[in-house]
Write a protein that binds this ligand. Structure first.
Ligand SMILES: NC(=O)C1=CN([C@@H]2O[C@H](COP(=O)(O)OP(=O)(O)OC[C@H]3O[C@@H](n4cnc5c(N)ncnc54)[C@H](O)[C@@H]3O)[C@@H](O)[C@H]2O)C=CC1
Ligand SMILES: O=C(O)[C@@H]1CCC=N1
Length: 266
């Protein structure tokens, strides 16, 4: 099976690195092309991938085509590939935020094309991704299963109604950035009290990693886990109350509101 990438930016590279690490296919069976030679050719050479000469070559050669270009350009690129899509009929996977299955279908102008919308996050690079998937009604179950299997190799997946994609994109697509901000804020506080930044970052990252694993494994919800850490009259409850006074929960929800509003505006 050949997996082709149109676009070689942050998201595409994270998926390609994840596929290489998982040895999902032979590296030469990962094909890549993007608008900027300087971004895809050295990357392809470094990882033993096949650099294709055009977007059309990707469509002609790949069984699954992953479109990972800026959302604003996605539909024009699909429209420019109508002939190749119609004659080669790969499974088309778009990771573009805010671009619907109906728009993809309309611009591909190929009524029988299998189309899947995926919203991964950058953690697919280390096999810890969280990806939502939704398929067009005419996509055969076997084609959807191929795409699902690919993303399952790179972490967890969930089928999701298309109407919820903007919310998912905020909570999983963008939220790695928000989690990094939280980790960096913890580390910076450590620096304030004299810790070396590198050591403080390691401490903060491992603490967040362990806490996330605890939430995932525990049958108790996060509030119950917060209570377990908060000793009566202790330090944690003092910290929690100060964070809430500064509006941590409101700040997070407002951040998600803004993320969703931006996606819906595109
Ligand atoms: N960065 C992330 O964490 C996530 C990004 N996405 C989606 O992935 C898509 C790409 O985002 P990033 O990788 O962050 O952007 P990026 O700016 O890092 O990469 C965009 C890539 O598209 C290529 N490109 C632009 N025009 C092209 C054309 N006409 N033909 C071929 N390639 C072209 C560029 O050369 C570049 O390699 C967006 O639609 C975004 O919504 C989805 C989930 C998470
Ligand atoms: O920032 C963005 O627009 C993309 C979508 C989800 C994560 N990154």
């Amino acid at each position: 099976m050949k997996i082709g990438f149109i676009g070689a930016g942050h998201m595409a590279q994270a998926i390609m690195i994840g596929l290489c690490k998982q040895k999902y296919v032979a590296t030469a069976d990962i094909l890549v092309h993007s608008a900027h030679e300087t971004s895809y050719q050295p990357f392809a050479a470094e990882h033993g991938l096949t650099a294709a000469t055009s977007n059309a070559e990707i469509v002609k050669q790949a069984d699954i085509v992953i479109l990972a270009v800026p959302a604003a350009q996605t539909l024009d690129i699909v429209a420019s590939l109508q002939d190749e899509l119609a004659s080669h009929e790969p499974i088309l996977v778009s990771v573009a935020g805010g671009i619907s299955l109906a728009q993809l279908q309309e611009n591909s102008d190929s009524t029988g094309l299998s189309i899947v919308r995926a919203m991964p996050n950058v953690n697919v690079a280390i096999g810890q991704g969280m990806t939502a998937l939704v398929t067009s009604p005419i996509t055969p179950a076997a084609d959807f299963a191929q795409v699902e299997q690919l993303f399952q190799a790179l972490g967890d997946t969930t089928p999701l109604a298309e109407k919820d994609f903007a919310t998912f994109s905020a909570l999983a697509g963008s939220a790695p950035a928000y989690a990094y901000l939280f980790i960096d804020s913890l580390a910076r506080a450590g620096v304030k009290y004299g810790l070396d930044k590198e050591i403080a970052t390691k401490i903060a990252a491992q603490t967040v990693l362990g806490s996330a694993a605890n939430v995932a494994e525990s049958s108790t919800n996060p509030w119950g886990l917060i209570d377990q850490v908060s000793s009566p009259g202790g330090t944690t409850v003092a910290g929690l109350l100060a964070m809430e006074e500064a509006g941590l929960m409101t700040a997070v929800v407002k951040g998600i509101d803004a993320t969703i509003a931006k996606e819906n505006a595109e």
